[in-house]
Design a protein around this ligand. Structure first.
Ligand code: ADP
Ligand code: MG
Ligand code: MG
Length: 884
């Protein structure tokens, strides 16, 4: 096969083979834009190298051929002592990846050709500056020497010469620097800098291949879920020089503002500099407008090219360019990264400009981006001092006092302080502290570290892996490398969406998007963009979106967010607070009489609960789940109760009720309560509980009808494994339904269905569907029961290890495990519908609000997803994207 392609041979759709950079360089060549010529070594060559441990046979010959053609075209030979051709060696994988080797410029310079370059360009300073840059980049990226070795030497020299800018160094200074660098290479790499130009080239190519497997690159791929086996391409390109004096320079630019999405170009330019200087921030850059003052012709040409690129890619592009003595060269372009806000605004602008249609605009944004826009965030206008930046592990904006151990976190939180727990890394021991903290900050570990996984699970803001922080938990302080020290109790602010860490308390503002949904009048172009795209998604989606809501208040809010009903109304919270007493009465009751009395007391309270919820969701379906958790959750703690009893005993007090309670608690105590007496099992063992709830639902419906409403309750039985269980409970509910119908004279038509949350239920769904009018997949339990993971324990204990070692790329509680749990869902859908073609199907686990899972549920043919109120807009958007 062919391992090397000239830029003119490729195009933008060949990112798999040529990498992103190579494919887009090729595209620019095809568009006739001024691109320095060159060629691309394919990802296939890299894969072969990584598999075999050496370059494939044909590679060297193919490189020679393409190099010869390049030399021919340029009229120069690589490293020619009299007039050298110089090239850059640039890595470029399919997805851009920090942590991989980047680029070596000026390959082909050596002790002889540097003189040739000086003579040809009549600029000795420029030639020596280019050489010292080669030594520096080659030393650091190819020979693996700490970059600081070179940076420090440069700083020392500038200090000795009393100059601020590297451009102020004289040729003699640079000559000295070159020899210092060569000495440093000898010392640190144990070899001389290779003088042979072709050897320089080959070593640089190999270093790019090898950089695919650096620790940071591997970690990054795991976090971003980029496949391990893609490999990287390598681009070899004739050099153009931005460091040839003031008529030269380098810059980066965007066709629109990647931060706000505003229309209009945006960029930075640096005179007399080679590319990496721009981002390195060694000198102050100027804006594109100012570049226009410096070099009008190049500026105008650049703007024209940017417009060409945007029209061609039909998307915002980012660009790297260089001007050499008044001639503009394009060095890179790609569809640019952008903030969530910019993503929405650019998509809508482009639809309005006729560049794309509205469906394409919907495809270009994501539910994950929308979720980001719904978190509170730091006031963009607030003053802030950046301390450092880590990884954006779990979104949100958190402000609090720095604390360094979980004990202090708990203590301070109890006295009402907001705290941020700061650790090197967290372990299960820190859990108490993480629960009470507003945010979590660590100096080590990536997005799959313990801190990150647990924080996301709890919805807590988290910044992790802030390597610039030296955290001293013993002394209770952290020091920012080369900067400030923050002591226990000092206020800090962390932004989990950007990874930024700020000194002091930064003002937090509510999301405009949320305020808009809540009915506030907000004037923000972002809100217009978001609503237009969600409305388009609504128009195209098949999947309906319901919400999980247990109170009338939540139901009303979810409705404002666009929910089309309730998919899961839990009833257990209705037994807490004052009503706990009644549940205790029920449990300790002597015989049926006593039980009935307790249930009679609960009935009107429950009826009221349901009436309010049905009113809030009038006209829309409300699926009410009968009581699900183990009963002991409503009873006092066994240890506390035993102690109280023991004390009462020693004092000779008689405590009949407490004694009976203790008996009940001991009787109900279970080793594995999640696998014990709960769900439908309760309905069978204590039938009165379920029938009371069913009656309350039906009577609430009657009340709503009499009040002129349109109640649409559905009764859902949890934790069914066998149709026999469902039949037993259903028979009793049917009796109640007939009774209520007779008493009221109203025809209620309340659907009865079940949750599918046990593997056995999924497998026997064909039988279960005979007795259920709807299924709702409880994917939290279904995941727990399928994997055998105790959800309450595993995330905090070993999931970070599992994620790090690649057992799964993301927690199966966060995103549905389609290969396992998903197969059970598909099986149940198929078997259930075979029995009952009009079986109504939904999902009420937390996966209902997860973008990737929503696409799966749409594909599996469910009728709706149900998620928390705040996730409803996200689900609407993703259901639309899934349909497109
Ligand atoms: P990264 O992926 O880190 O952006 P690049 O390969 O794009 O690395 O190189 C970084 C910068 O080096 C470019 O933006 C450009 O300014 C400069 N550069 C790369 N190749 C050349 C070249 N052939 N001529 C001039 N400058 C170059
Ligand atoms: Mg680049
Ligand atoms: Mg469940």
């Amino acid at each position: 096969s062919t391992y090397v392609f000239d830029f003119a041979q490729g195009d933008k759709d060949q990112r798999d083979l040529l990498g992103g950079k190579g494919a887009n360089l090729a595209e620019m060549v095809n568009l006739g834009l001024p691109v320095p010529p060159g060629f691309t070594i394919t990802t296939e060559a890299c894969r072969a190298y990584l598999a075999e441990g050496r370059e494939p046979e044909a590679l060297s010959r193919e490189v020679s051929e393409h190099l010869a053609a390049l030399e021919e075209a340029m009229g120069r030979r690589l490293g020619d002592p009299a007039d050298p051709l110089l090239v850059s060696v640039r890595s470029g994988a399919k997805f851009s990846m920090p942590g991989m080797m980047e680029t070596v410029l000026n390959i082909g310079l050596n002790d002889e050709s540097v003189a040739g370059l000086a003579a040809q360009s009549e600029d000795e300073r420029f030639a020596l500056d280019s050489y010292r840059r080669l030594l520096q980049m080659f030393g650091a990226t190819v020979l693996g020497i700490e970059g600081e070795v070179f940076g420090d030497a440069l700083d020392d020299l500038k200090r000795q010469r009393g100059v601020d800018q590297d451009t102020e160094l004289t040729p003699d200074d640079l000559r000295e620097l070159v020899s210092t660098y060569q000495q440093a290479i000898r010392e640190h790499a144990g070899r001389d800098f290779p003088q042979d130009p072709r050897e320089q080239l080959d070593l640089a190519v190999r270093a790019v291949f090898d950089s695919w497997n650096t620790e940071r690159a591997v970690l990054y791929r795991r976090q971003e879920q980029i496949p391990e086996d893609l490999g990287t391409a390598v681009n070899i390109q004739a050099m153009v020089f931005g460091n040839r004096g003031d008529t030269s320079g380098s810059g980066v630019a965007f066709t629109r503002d990647p931060a706000s999405g505003n229309q209009g170009v945006y960029g930075d330019y640096l005179q007399n500099a080679q590319g990496e200087d721009v981002v390195a921030g060694i000198r102050n850059t100027v804006s594109l407008a100012d570049m226009g003052e410096i070099d009008r012709a190049s500026h105008d040409q650049l703007l024209e090219i940017m417009s060409t690129l945007e029209q061609h890619y039909r998307d915002m592009c980012d660009i790297e360019f260089t001007v050499e003595r008044g001639k503009l060269w394009m060095l890179q372009t790609r569809v640019g990264k952008r903030t969530p806000e910019a993503a929405f605004r650019i998509a809508v602008h482009m639809a309005d400009e006729g560049l794309i249609d509205l469906d394409e605009a919907v495809r270009r944004v994501s539910g994950a981006q929308l979720a980001q826009l719904m978190f509170p965030r730091f006031d963009p206008k607030a003053r802030r001092t950046l301390l450092a930046k880590g990884m954006n592990a779990s979104p949100g904006a958190a402000v609090g006092r720095a604390v360094f151990d979980w004990g202090t976190a708990v203590e301070w939180a109890e006295r009402g302080e907001d705290v941020i727990l700061v650790r090197k890394e967290t372990s299960p021991d820190d859990l108490h502290g993480m629960v009470v903290a507003k945010g979590i900050l660590t100096s080590r570990g990536g997005k799959t570290s313990h801190a990150a996984v647990v924080a996301r699970g709890m919805g807590r803001t988290c910044v992790c892996g802030a390597e610039a922080l030296d955290v001293d938990t013993k002394e209770g302080r952290f020091t920012v490398r080369g900067g400030k020290t923050v002591e226990e109790g000092d206020l800090i602010s962390i932004d989990g969406s950007t990874g930024e860490i700020f000194d002091g308390a930064v003002d937090v503002v509510d999301s405009h998007v949320v305020r808009y949904f809540e009915g506030d009048d907000v004037d923000d172009p972002l809100v217009d963009a978001v609503t237009r795209l969600i409305e388009r998604a609504d128009a195209v989606r098949r999947l309906r979106v319901r919400t999980n809501a247990d109170t009338a208040e939540d139901a009303a809010r979810a409705r404002r967010f666009g929910a089309q009903g309730i998919g899961l109304c839990r009833t257990e919270h209705m037994f807490l607070g004052d009503r706990r007493q009644l549940v205790e009465d029920l449990i300790v009751a002597d015989g049926e009489k006593g039980q009935e009395k307790a249930l009679d007391a609960l009935l009107p309270l429950q009826r009221q609960d349901f009436t309010e919820i049905l009113e809030a969701m009038d006209g829309l379906p409300v699926t009410i789940r009968l009581i699900d958790p183990p009963l002991h959750e409503f009873l006092p703690d066994i240890t506390e109760l035993s102690v109280a009893m023991a004390i009462a005993d020693t004092r000779g007090h008689r405590k009949k009720r407490e004694r009976r309670l203790l008996d009940a608690v001991s009787r109900l105590h279970e080793q594995n309560p999640m696998l014990g007496l709960r769900g439908v099992r309760l309905g069978i063992v204590i039938p009165g509980l379920f029938t009371m709830q069913a009656r309350a639902i039906l009577e609430a419906a009657v009340a709503r009808k009499r009040a002129g409403g349109d109640p649409r309750p559905e009764i859902m039985i949890p934790l069914v494994a066998s149709v026999k269980e469902l039949d037993l409970v259903r028979a009793r509910i049917d009796v109640i339904a007939r009774e209520v119908a007779e008493e009221s004279g109203l025809d209620l038509d309340v659907k009865i269905g079940t949750m599918i949350e046990l593997p056995r239920a999924a497998l026997t769904a064909g039988e279960i569907a005979g007795s259920a009018e709807f299924f709702s997949f409880g994917t939290n339990d279904l995941t727990q029961m399928t994997w055998g993971f105790s959800r309450d324990d595993v995330e905090a204990s070993f999931f970070s290890t599992y994620l790090e070692q690649g057992v799964f790329p993301v927690s199966p509680f966060e995103s549905l495990d389609t290969a396992g749990v998903g197969e059970l869902v598909r099986t149940a859908v198929e078997r259930g519908r075979a029995t009952r073609p009009d079986l109504h199907l939904g999902v009420c686990g937390e996966h209902g609000g997860d973008p990737a899972s929503i696409h799966f549920f749409d594909d599996a043919g469910l009728d709706y997803v149900s998620c928390s109120p705040f996730r409803v807009p996200v689900a609407r958007l993703e259901a639309g994207r899934s349909a497109l």
